[in-house]
Structures are given as structure tokens and as C-alpha cells.
Design a binder for this molecule. Structure first.
Ligand SMILES: Cc1ncc(COP(=O)(O)O)c(C=O)c1O
Length: 418
């Protein structure tokens, strides 16, 4: 197939030039609390940080002061490597939980076996907008006196089912965090959002942030320039320069870790989220609900078509009756060989294919120094998921014509694999 224009790998909300005006509402925390439907009493229920990773570090440092005798954090074995870097930077030991075979979520048996008197926190993770079973994680964590930190980095706007009153993901655990990084729906180029159920915990999170996060003009200037670049280039005509060309280079080197953006440095910047970027966030937030409705409708139509292909599973929410968000549609292919062949032929050619993450954390090699003993945790099911997952962009720029071509490619792959 001929190379088509670059497609954004996820459905991110484009910025308008008018969003960049330097005046206007800067109460981004208040607007986000309202948007999430959190109670509007007293101090804001939302705390802003400069990234999801920084938000996680503030959360873990806070919990460490509350439970100083505990040193382990349990996360799914298939997650963002930044989680492993954050846990290590906080002086804690990661434990990797294997996944269920039938859902992209931590396996309850495996989680129960990992939880003990050393466990500080468990991190149920809403990967790619798919809603994890946080009630199960709460059961396991509470049985051993540990906290639950919901990793909702990729799921701002996703909701639990009616039995939990449709409450937003991130708000069922003790603490939750969202990422505002590029490609995550709403973005301030980098940004993080912390929420917590308990008022005393919210105060403790504020105190940790005040004590550990220092202002940095350099980082804020850099992120502001990057946000302007994003506003200019995150559109069909600009994407090749910003995303397509570097992707082609990584793929030409057969470097899938770089192509997927999984190549992180150890250093995690921590600084406040500047006021101008908060203003930009406030304006973009006004369009987020409509954008998420549009992408959910598109995903619903396309999921039905994808589910009709024999041998290919469309990944659903693990939590019952949940309403996740749809930055991508995740597929599970019949085998790693079929998935890899598809990516070798079509990653970067405008078909909208990519990977959430390339490996389980233990298989990168480059993160071994932060994993320490977690390298020996059992991750067999997670490894199977990592080998067979495929993300189909749910960007509105992947139009119906291109999606029809992609369907044909997938049908052929399924036939070849059968
Ligand atoms: C599951 C998960 N957790 C945490 C993070 C960290 O968020 P951020 O990129 O905002 O630092 C990410 C980022 O991609 C993620 O995907």
C-alpha cells in the first residue's frame, strides 16, 4: 500500500491558536474539579503537577511518610516505564503483577500473592482508556493495610459503571492521577493531575508538593515553547514533521522502543505547572467532553467492525459496565508473529497502527537498574499480552476510507494466521 499522510497514534484534542491567549481564566484546578464532577466545597479537590510521573512521585512520597515501614509498590507488569522510574526515584521497590488472561488488568490471584505487610501501594492502571477493576485492587490492598493509587494517566474522562454511580476513574482509590502529556486527550504538553478521596490525604499531598517541588523557569519556558509547537503542528499538515519523520527514522533503525516512545531518561523533572499553560488548559477543557463523545461514537462503530474479524479480539474494559475513553482501539492478535508482521509492514505508513508499550517492564533491559528484584516477578500472561497487542488510532483524522483499508489489512492478517 502507498504511504499515506501521518496519522496521530492516539486521539488527542487539537489546540486552537485562540487557546494560546495569555489572559483569561487560570483556575485550571478548579475547572478540572468541576469537569470531573467533584464536590465544590472548601479547598480545590484537584492538585496540579508538571506531569503524571511527577504526580505519582508526590503521591508515593506522601504515602511513604504516612506508612514509613512499608517499601513496596505493586503495578501491572505491562505499563509505562515511567512508573518504574518514579517508584525507584522515591526509594521504593517495585513489584510486578501479572495480568489476567482474559482482560487487560492485574490478575487477582497474582495480586493477592504479591500483597503483604511490605506493600505500601497498589496501582490499578486504566491502560489506553480501558477501565481496570479498582474494587478488586482495593480488596487486595485493604486486606494488608496498603493504599490504592489509581493510575489513570491514560484515562481522564473515563467512568466506572452505574453500580459505582458512574463516578470518574481515578476517584475510587485513595489517590488517583491523570496525565496531560501529548497525545493524552487534553494536554498542556506535559502535566499531571492528582485527586484524593480523603481531605487529610489531600492536605498531605499538598504538603509533599510544597516541600519537594521547586519552581523552574527553564522547565516552564521549555514546556511553553513545546506547547506552542504542539498547537502549530498537531494537525494533519504538521504531523509528519512532529511525529511521522522521527517515527520513520526509529523504524528504519528497527528501534521499536524509540518508535513507541518508550525510551525514557532516569531524570524526572518536577516543577509547578505554569499559569499560562493552565489558561491554555482551561480553554481546551471546554471542548474535551464533546471531543470525547465524538471519539467514543467513532470507536463504537469501528469496534463492531473489528470484532467481526475472526481471530482478532477487541480489548474491552475490565471493570463491569464501565465507560472508558477511546484514545485508541486495542486489539489482541492471534499470535506475536502475526502482530509483528503487521507492524513491520504497516507501522508508520498512515494506517494508524502503533503499540501502547513494546515490552513488559522486565524485557526492556534498559530499566533493569530500577527494577531490582522485580526482574524475578512472574509476568508470563503480561508478556503474552505485550506480544499480541496492537493499538489502532482513534484519531478523527483516520477517516472512514482509511479505516476501511485497515480493516482489509487486518482481515488478511487473520486469514494468514488461521
Ligand atoms: C500508564 C501510565 N502511567 C503513568 C504515565 C506517566 O505520565 P506522564 O507522561 O504524564 O509523566 C504514563 C504516561 O504515558 C502512562 O501511560
Amino acid at each position: 500500500m502507498a504511504r499515506l499522510p501521518t496519522i496521530a497514534p492516539t486521539a488527542g484534542l487539537p489546540l486552537r491558536l485562540a487557546d494560546l491567549r495569555p489572559w483569561g481564566d487560570a483556575d485550571f484546578a478548579g475547572r478540572l474539579a468541576q469537569w470531573l464532577g467533584l464536590p465544590q466545597d472548601g479547598r480545590p479537590r484537584v492538585q496540579l503537577e508538571c506531569s503524571g510521573t511527577s504526580a505519582l512521585m508526590v503521591a508515593l512520597r506522601t504515602l511513604k511518610t504516612l506508612s514509613p515501614g512499608r517499601g513496596e509498590v505493586v503495578a501491572p507488569a505491562y505499563t509505562c516505564p515511567l512508573v518504574a522510574l518514579a517508584v525507584a526515584q522515591c526509594g521504593l521497590q517495585l513489584r510486578l503483577c501479572d495480568l489476567r488472561s482474559d482482560a487487560l488488568d492485574m490478575d487477582p490471584e497474582a495480586l493477592r500473592a504479591l500483597c503483604g505487610e511490605q506493600t505500601l501501594a497498589v496501582l490499578p492502571t486504566h491502560l489506553c482508556g480501558r477501565v481496570a477493576d479498582v474494587a478488586m485492587a482495593l480488596d487486595c490492598a485493604q486486606a494488608v493495610g496498603a493504599y490504592v493509587v489509581e493510575d489513570a494517566a491514560q484515562a481522564l474522562g473515563a467512568k466506572f459503571g452505574a453500580h459505582l454511580n458512574g463516578q470518574p476513574v481515578g476517584t475510587l482509590g485513595d489517590i488517583g492521577f491523570y496525565s496531560l502529556a501529548v497525545g493524552k486527550g487534553l494536554t498542556t504538553f506535559e502535566g499531571g493531575v492528582l485527586v484524593a478521596r480523603d481531605a487529610a490525604l489531600r492536605e498531605a499531598l499538598r504538603a509533599t508538593s510544597a516541600a519537594t517541588v521547586q519552581p523552574s523557569r527553564w522547565w516552564e519556558l521549555r514546556r511553553s515553547v513545546e506547547l506552542i509547537g504542539y498547537a502549530a503542528l498537531y494537525r494533519p499538515a504538521g504531523l509528519h514533521l512532529a511525529y511521522g519523520a522521527p517515527l520513520q527514522q526509529s523504524l528504519a533503525r528497527h528501534d521499536w522502543v524509540a518508535a513507541a516512545g518508550d525510551d525514557f531518561d532516569d531524570f524526572i523533572p518536577q516543577h509547578p505547572l505554569g499559569r499560562w499553560r493552565q489558561r491554555v488548559g482551561c480553554r481546551a477543557l471546554e471542548r474535551l467532553a464533546a471531543f470525547q463523545r465524538q471519539t467514543a461514537e467513532q470507536a463504537q462503530r469501528r469496534r463492531t467492525q473489528l470484532a467481526a474479524i475472526p481471530g482478532i479480539d477487541v480489548v474491552a474494559d475490565a471493570a463491569p459496565q464501565a465507560r472508558g475513553t477511546w484514545p485508541v482501539i486495542l486489539l489482541r492478535l492471534p499470535s506475536r508473529a502475526a502482530r509483528d508482521a503487521l507492524l513491520r509492514a504497516h507501522w508508520g505508513d498512515g494506517s494508524g497502527l502503533s503499540l501502547p508499550f513494546v515490552h513488559v517492564l522486565t524485557d526492556y533491559g534498559r530499566y533493569d537498574h530500577v527494577l531490582a528484584s522485580a526482574r524475578h516477578d512472574r509476568v508470563d500472561q503480561a508478556r503474552d499480552w505485550a506480544g499480541r497487542l496492537l493499538a489502532v488510532s482513534n484519531s478523527p483524522w483516520l477517516d472512514d476510507g482509511r479505516f476501511a483499508q485497515l480493516l482489509q489489512i487486518l482481515q488478511q492478517t487473520a486469514l494468514d494466521a488461521s
